[in-house]
Structure formats: structure tokens, C-alpha cells
Design a binder for this molecule. Sequence first.
Ligand code: UD1
Length: 417
Amino acid sequence: MDRLLIHGGTPLSGEARVSGAKNAALPLMCAALLTREPLQLANIPHLNDVSTMIRLLARIGVQASLDDRLGVELHARSIAEPLAPYELVKTMRASILVLGPLLARAGEARVSLPGGCAIGSRPVDQHLKGLARMGAEINVEQGYIAARARRLRGARIATDMVTVTGTENLMMAACLAQGTTVIENAAREPEVIDLANCLTAMGARIGGAGTDVITIEGVESLHGAAHAIMPDRIETGTFLVAAAASGGAVRLRGADASLLDAVLGKLREAGAEITVEPDAISLAMRRKPHSVNVRTAPHPAFPTDMQAQFMALNAVAEGTAVIVETIFENRFMHSLELQRLGADIEVSGNTAVVRGVARLQGATVMATDLRASASLVIAGLVAEGETVIERIYHLDRGYECIEEKLAQLGARIKRIH
Ligand code: UD1
């Protein structure tokens, strides 16, 4: 298994390019299931999760061709088998995103129930409840969700909590339903808007994406389209925090500041100077960071996917920060690993108190989930001496060439096979 070796202590400096967003790419790829014509996606990130999704779609009968300019064409001429098997779903929960499109297009789907995962139980009951409201017959048998519907019907659906992939699944299913669907308490994440824009280009009739009420007027069929995937706001935020924690100065090309209001606000509060250009964000940190309190909540509030990285920043900041995680029940596992590097963190329930320390010291640590791994990389970049991060397959799921991009910014980092 690969490991990362980091010699800490060098402030990041220079330029890097932000990739296409993982959390936009995965639902967009599933949208290809809704039409018999090809869907062309540009700015696709090279990530393990994207390869897993290509494997899953291929199994279902979708032809995928990648070009060497970050493009992929997905062609679901017909659905060979509407099945998402356990082996693929267990490695990537976002596989659940094939459920809505398969049901709408093929009238049936069998998708393995995603189990628990490191950051909490993460059920999919809201996806199922919404599809049932649209007339699907849903059974859970032998660990699989078996769903059927001759044709889905438009419905008014109010989800019990804000769910990103739940909103995306229901929105995709509703595109081919008979009549109008209204999703209340919808997720307002930018990735939902990106998906709605692509579906609209495919002929769907969608209003309100980006607000908490989305209205979808079903159509008989969708057609092919070409769409460029939005930049990854979490990758952007991760590199900005790494620069801030290391006292560096970086410019990230291809970044979109309008997607990152809450994160940029917190970085400014920590003392970073931020300059925004139409297609880039620069950050310079000329002092030791101030600690900043963080409370995660659905967009446009502070994203849970940036919580771990801010814990690493607070670990070396001046002062004490309180971090409250309201989205996932068990998303502080990185705190134990950060403590192995010398951080002072006390966790109680969904609250962590982080007292900034003068320095961290390198050690061997273990990545537990995707964003936790990113926080360990940030901590390794600022720690004295050598940090080894094990189990980095989590990082490869969601960060494109992270060690190459960080090395480009001057970090002393290498992958050990
Ligand atoms: C998506 C993102 C993930 C991010 C998360 C929250 C993708 C591929 N992944 O995950 O990176 O951390 O949003 O911003 O876009 N819940 C239920 N029942 C459901 C659905 C959700 O109880 O049917 C709960 C979850 O357990 C969690 C909360 O709702 O506590 C939010 O989860 P959700 O927004 O659905 O997360 P994902 O869409 O899986």
C-alpha cells in the first residue's frame, strides 16, 4: 500500500491548477444513464472514485471513452443490466446515484445498500422515501435495494434533512417522470446547480436549483449534451488552508471564489490575505494564524468537507478554537492522529476544542477517510521533521495528483510504493 512521506517546515509558494470537482463529476456521470445519446463531460478529474464510477457505469452497459484532454464521453445506448453490485458500492457510497436515473430510464434497479462508513452511519432512507413518493415500489432484500416503477410520477417531496446526493438522485429521477416534482428542503450545494445545468442542457425542465425548493417538470426523453465540470471547491479550500497553515503564498488557477464564501471568510479571519481574480484565488499568510471557530452546516454555511483541514490549521494557530460538526456523527477521527503529531485537541460529542501549539512534530499517522487524510497532509507540511501518512488510498479517491501539486508548490513530499 502506498504511503506519503513529508518533510515539514517549508511554506508553500507558487502556482497550481485546481481540478474538476469530484462531487460534481460523480452525479454528472450518472446523468448519462438518462439518455440514449452520448453525454460529453469536460474537466473530469483523474481520481479513483471517477474510475470506480466508470467501472460501475460500464457494468450497467454504458460505453465510456476518455480523451487525453480531461474529457470523457459516456454513451448509454441501452441499459444492459440495471445493477450496482456490493463490490463497487462498498468502495464508493456515491454509487447510490445510479438508482434514480436507472429507475427513471429502465423502470427497475438493483443497488447494493451502502453500509456504514468511517464518518458515520449515512443512511439513504431519504432517497428511497422520495422515490416511493414518485410511485416506485421499493424492497430491501439480501442487502440490495430493489426498485421498480413502470413510469415514475411527479410528486411533492420534503426531505427530513438536507441531503446532497439525495437531492441529486431525486432530481435526476424526476426529469423523466410524468408530471411535476417539487423537492422541498433541497440541498443548495453548487454541485446540485452544476448537475441541474447539465440536465437542462440535456433537455430537462428544472427551476430553483441553488434554492431549497427545486421544481422539475418531467419530459418524455432527454438528449445528449456537452458540459464542463465545475472546479473542485474542496480541493481549492484544502490547498488554501495548507498555504495558510505553512505561512506561504500561493495562487490557484481555475478556482472559483464564489463557491467558497464561508471558507474564504474563515481564512481571512485567521489572518490570511486573499485576492480574488475571475479564474484564480491567491492567498498569502504573513503571520502565525489566529484560531477560528467553525460550525459545519449545509451550503452556503461552512462545509463539513473542510472541517478536518481547519482542525489542522487551528492546531498550529494562536488561541483556542471550537469546532462543531453538525452533519456527520463521527467525523473527528483525524483528531486522534493529529494528536500523535502533538496537537492539543479535546473532543466531546460533536464538539472539538483545539488549543493551538507552538509546533507539531512529525510521526507516522494513518489516514481514516478522505478529508481526514487531507488534514494529516496539512499537519505533515507544518510539522518539524518527517511525517509518514499510511493508507493514502483515501486521498487518491478525491485528490488528483496531490503530491505532485504540493511538490509544485515547494513541499517536500513523495509517494512511497
Ligand atoms: C455529500 C458529499 C460529501 C459531503 C456531504 C455533506 C457527494 C458525492 N458527497 O455526501 O462529500 O460530505 O454531501 O455535504 O456529493 N442522511 C440521512 N438519510 C439520507 C441521506 C442523508 O439520514 O437518506 C444524513 C446523512 O447521514 C448525513 C446528512 O444526512 O448525516 C447529510 O448527508 P448527505 O448530504 O446525504 O451526504 P452525501 O450526499 O452522502
